[in-house]
Design a protein around this ligand. Structure first.
Ligand code: SF4
Ligand code: MG
Length: 323
């Protein structure tokens, strides 16, 4: 299967203070992130808030510019491309947001909201656009009578369906979905997740799914990357990550999630302490201040991510003893 996107050693540093005479301070929101997403695949980034998963999504769409690293879309590195050169990226990648209401213009009718990407990216006339909009409304589970209404007339779940229709209408290859169900009731969450799964099969679209919610990630993903303080600490097939987590941080995250298969047992690690301030991250392995297995080497040496079996890669100095 071909890679739709390939991200290599991505890094983003934000300047946070720095008036004229103030000392400049930096936050490393994304320290070192690499992954590929294949055609028709869902890759999820999961981690606590502030771990850099949303920033990674925004870097890939070039809503913000990376400090370092490469982002290959259809084989071309777009990490440093000028805004005017990003046409191909805009056609290939679309986004769905956590709060569809905030991202939908309240003064536009639903049919115009959904048609907007077609106006920007295609030369279709009004009639052709409307035909596609009406088809798309049905596909996402809305109906054509709702086309002339405004976003505020819809429920949260319906608004997310509008957001999905808008993202899908140009037939992108990749949709970045940043916490797309976390503002919705649990019963509505599963409807939207099932809709995304169905659309993936119909359109062979890939998803970069960003979520802090492990049960959502387990439901939707093929592969998973676990992020902590701007780094992917473990990456692999969904089944391997959930059934056999190897990194101490992944084990800690999963300790709060019930296991579906009663024959499996997972080691429980209860996380203590808060996530360190990303302005001043711990040296070496950034998880060492919270890790029950931390050794001397963890305080000074950053562990490289290493493939430990056919399904998983882990960044931990215990790597040789945890395989
Ligand atoms: Fe824990 Fe050390 Fe592994 Fe980091 S490298 S997760 S501190 S054992
Ligand atoms: Mg976020």
């Amino acid at each position: 299967m071909t890679n739709i996107i390939s991200v290599q050693s991505l890094k983003k540093q934000f300047q946070v203070a720095g008036g004229l005479f103030e000392k400049k301070e930096f936050v490393n929101a994304v320290l070192d992130v690499s992954f590929d997403i294949k055609e028709g695949e869902t890759f999820s980034l999961v981690g606590e808030s502030g771990c850099g998963k949303s920033t990674t999504g925004r870097l890939i769409t070039r809503l913000i510019d990376p400090t370092e690293g490469k982002i290959f879309v259809n084989g071309n590195d777009i990490a440093k491309a000028k805004y005017s050169e990003l046409t191909q990226l805009r056609e290939t990648v679309q986004m769905i947001f956590q709060d569809p209401y905030a991202s939908l213009n309240p003064r536009m009718k639903v049919k115009d909201l959904i048609a907007e990407p077609l106006v920007i990216h295609t030369k279709l006339n009004k009639q052709e656009r409307e035909k596609l909009v009406y088809e798309m409304l049905e596909i996402v589970g809305l109906n054509v009578e709702q086309a002339n209404r405004y976003a505020h007339e819809f429920s949260g779940g319906q608004r997310q369906r509008i957001g999905i229709a808008r993202a899908l209408i140009t037939k992108p290859k990749l949709i970045i979905a940043d916490e797309p169900v976390s503002a919705l009731d649990v019963s509505i969450q599963s409807q939207i997740l099932n809709l995304l799964k169905r659309l993936q099969q119909e359109y062979n679209v890939s998803f970069l799914f960003i979520s802090h919610d492990l049960s959502v990630v387990e439901h939707i993903s093929h592969r998973v990357g676990v992020m902590y303080l701007g780094t992917i600490v473990e990456q692999g097939d969904k089944e391997a990550i959930f059934n056999n987590p190897l990194h101490p941080y992944t084990k800690a995250l999963l300790s709060s999630v019930p296991i579906a298969d009663p024959t499996l047992r997972r080691e429980k690690i209860i996380l203590t302490g808060d996530i360190p301030n990303p302005k001043n991250p711990p040296s070496g392995c950034t998880f060492h201040t919270r890790c029950p297995y931390a050794m001397d080497i963890c305080k000074s040496k950053i562990p490289d991510i290493q493939q430990v079996n056919s399904q998983q890669a882990v960044a931990c100095h215990l790597v040789n003893s945890i395989q």
